[in-house]
Ligand binder design. Structure first.
Ligand SMILES: Nc1ncnc2c1ncn2[C@@H]1O[C@H](COP(=O)(O)OP(=O)(O)OP(=O)(O)O)[C@@H](O)[C@H]1O
Length: 283
């Protein structure tokens, strides 16, 4: 029996990601030194929204992605994904819900396997069974081809080739297409186009947004490129020293004046935005 309407409504309205008073500390170099990478962070991420995390080096962006992924666990606070308490669950217990595309293309695909075999692993992950067993080759090929075609790189005709022979841009396209085939509840992007040349970066960024919108995937992207964040995402969270210092969405984001943004950021944190963040936005 399906749940009552009120319960279904609640599931749709409730945020996909609910972070409450999230704190993560690391031991510093000195014996008693402790560094707070995430400092009492409370954030809701709406279902299906595309959110960018921007901030200077060491602001806590990667730590936050690791907390969402489960490769790090919180010291204090809580994390719910789709109303399920994930605070204590390590990455392997939530991997079927979450896909991650990393900055380094070599970290996203297994280069000893073919493109098709990489997709087979992605599909098996979606089915919550990472056992190496015979996979449905036709179904995997159909899904892989249709996801790869979007990138216009001809990769759909090279399924039998080793991913070790692909360029960085091609590997990132394969990684994004694999994420699309897995159709995760949450997609995490860690500067996934920053290592690519501008032309390939644009293709991968554009298709990423198409996938996110078409499949309604809640997405959190770390980037140093404010221009990329402003043109593709619904909401920009500016981080500094483990806190969100600015939260821009809707009209506030649409009416954004970069000089004013830089001024406000500096006033709030006492430090200027990194040059590359502003330069990327202005170009
Ligand atoms: N495993 C770790 N051990 C100790 N300190 C860590 C660890 N991971 C991160 N930190 C520290 O936590 C702080 C936040 O790091 P984080 O990597 O989250 O920043 P970031 O915003 O992603 O920066 P960047 O833009 O340079 O990638 C940094 O000062 C970093 O040195």
């Amino acid at each position: 029996m399906s749940p009552p309407f009120s319960e279904r409504r609640k599931a749709i309205d409730s945020p996909a990601i609910r972070l409450r008073h999230a704190t993560k500390r690391f031991a510093g170099l000195g014996k008693k030194e402790v560094f707070t990478a995430l400092d009492d962070l409370t954030i809701d991420v709406a279902r299906g929204s595309y959110v960018a995390l921007i901030g200077s080096n060491g602001a806590g962006k990667s730590t936050l992605l690791s907390i969402l992924m489960g490769t790090l666990l919180l010291d204090e606070g809580s994390l719910h994904i789709d109303d399920e308490d994930m605070s204590e669950k390590p990455s392997w217990q939530r991997a079927f819900k979450i896909a991650l595309v990393r900055q380094n293309p070599e970290h996203n695909v297994l280069s000893s396997l073919s493109i098709e075999e990489n997709f087979a692993l992605a599909v098996m992950g979606r089915e919550r069974a990472f056992r190496l067993r015979r996979y449905d080759r036709d179904a995997v090929r159909v899904a892989a081809k249709s996801a790869l075609q979007r990138f216009g790189m001809g990769l759909e005709d090279r399924l039998g080739e080793s991913t070790g022979t692909l360029s960085g841009g091609q590997r990132q396209a394969v990684a994004m297409a694999m994420a699309a085939v897995r159709n995760p509840r949450v997609l995490l992007l860690d500067e996934h186009v920053s290592a690519l040349d501008p032309k390939r970066a644009k293709v991968v960024a554009d298709v990423t947004e198409e996938i996110v919108r078409a499949q309604d995937i809640t997405t959190v992207m770390v980037t140093h490129d404010l221009g990329h964040a402003l043109s593709h995402t619904d909401r920009v969270l500016m981080m500094h020293r483990g806190k969100v210092v600015m939260d821009l969405s809707g009209e506030k984001k649409a009416a954004l004046d970069l000089t004013e943004l830089a001024r406000q950021f500096e006033r709030l944190v006492g430090e200027a935005l990194p040059d590359r963040t502003l330069l990327a936005a202005a170009s």
